[in-house]
Design a protein around this ligand. Structure first.
Ligand code: NQM
Length: 352
């Protein structure tokens, strides 16, 4: 099934319909999406990392979850399929897909699906409208980056298993630049845009065209990846890099997020959750840039095409300690676009 999940689009599969072993599965998915090819002309992919995604869903053996969700990022112009990051946008389609495929019975009017996210091991609970036992995709919820409106999918993340500050510090000096390395579901490096000599209000296309910036970001990412315990991150999609600038439209902060080479046209859900929690860290680089709403858990993250509201509840075990994120919540929408049979490029077809 082809679905839009939040501001991304991907192919959703039942795990049982794909080879169980990663190597033949990934080979098949590359051929399904039309990769490697910058235009993905011979497959389902949309020629951008945000539209070259796969969700693999199955019934869960875990008593805490109804379904398991494995996210796979399929390279556009590289023959790579990676399970090293999660995707909170495709996550929005997982609950509806599970109901569509009969993995979860629709509730009376509304359905909640408990989802084990296999990439991180964390849990999410998605709830959405199911009048008369069917998923209703129509509704009045609007999210920035998607035209029109659709039914809201409310997603809650109970406490994440990973430490909020992977380096153990609120601020690190990486490639001679102050950064805050944070992980509230997505490893992300926060950097004040001004410290890189940009405003943070440029268009994604202008930022992507800046070769000196790209080289600087690459350097920062490789060093930050090691500090965050991710090892050699060359060729991987995490950590992401979020450039922060003061808000323009009443939010807490303006962002330009590199994922990690292309600049996001909006911002990822878990990326935004990580930014939202990271801004609130005492001594972090976001503190001087952001305008945080006093006494409120909801933080509005501005991005190139609008904003994303994230609720994070932080708890301090002792005053001054690194906080623990108790709960994160977000509203997304999803839509079934197409359901049918995909005909992958034949195996072994020569690529030039
Ligand atoms: O951060 C893009 C997206 C994402 C990931 C990326 C995402 C998230 O917008 O949860 O959703 O950061 O590669 O789909």
């Amino acid at each position: 099934m082809l679905m839009r999940g939040g501001t991304s689009k991907g192919a959703y599969f039942l795990a049982g319909d794909l080879p169980a072993e990663p190597a033949p599965r990934d080979d098949l998915l590359l051929r399904v999406m039309g990769s490697p090819d910058p235009r993905q002309i011979d497959g389902l992919g949309g020629a951008h990392p945000l539209t070259s995604k796969v969700a693999v869903v199955s019934a869960s053996a875990d008593p805490e979850a109804d379904v398991d969700y494995l996210f796979l990022q399929v390279g556009v112009d590289t023959p790579e399929v990676s399970d090293r990051q999660n995707c909170g946008n495709l996550l929005a389609g997982v609950g509806p897909f599970a109901v569509e495929r009969g993995l979860v019975a629709a509730g009376d009017g509304r359905t909640s699906v408990r989802i084990r996210m296999l990439n991180t091991g964390d849990l999410a609970v998605a709830s959405f409208a199911t009048p008369e036992g069917r998923v209703d995709y129509t509704g009045s919820a609007e999210i920035s980056g998607v035209p029109g409106s659709a039914a809201p999918v409310v997603i809650e993340f109970p406490q994440s298993g990973s430490p909020l500050l992977p380096t153990g510090r609120a601020r690190d000096l990486v490639a001679d630049l102050p950064v805050t390395c944070v992980d509230n579901g997505m490893p992300t490096v926060l950097i004040a845009a001004s410290s890189l000599g940009v405003t943070g209000y440029e268009t994604p296309a202008d930022l992507e065209a800046d070769e000196a910036l790209a080289e600087r970001l690459r350097e920062i990412r490789l060093e930050a990846g090691k500090l965050m315990g991710l090892g050699d991150v060359e060729g991987t999609t995490v950590p992401k890099l979020s450039l922060l600038a003061p808000p323009l439209d009443g939010g807490a902060v303006m962002t330009r997020t590199f994922i990690p080479v292309r600049c996001h046209t909006s911002i990822g859900v878990l990326g935004a959750a990580s930014v939202a929690a990271g801004l609130r860290i005492e001594g972090g680089v976001g503190r001087a840039v952001a305008r945080l709403p006093a006494g409120r858990d909801r933080v509005r993250i501005e991005h190139p095409t609008g904003f994303l509201d994230i609720e994070t509840t932080l708890a301090y075990d002792e005053p001054g300690a690194v906080p623990v994120v108790r709960r994160t919540a977000v509203v997304r929408t999803a839509r079934k676009i197409f359901d049918g049979t995909v005909f992958p490029r034949p195996a072994g077809a020569a690529l030039h």
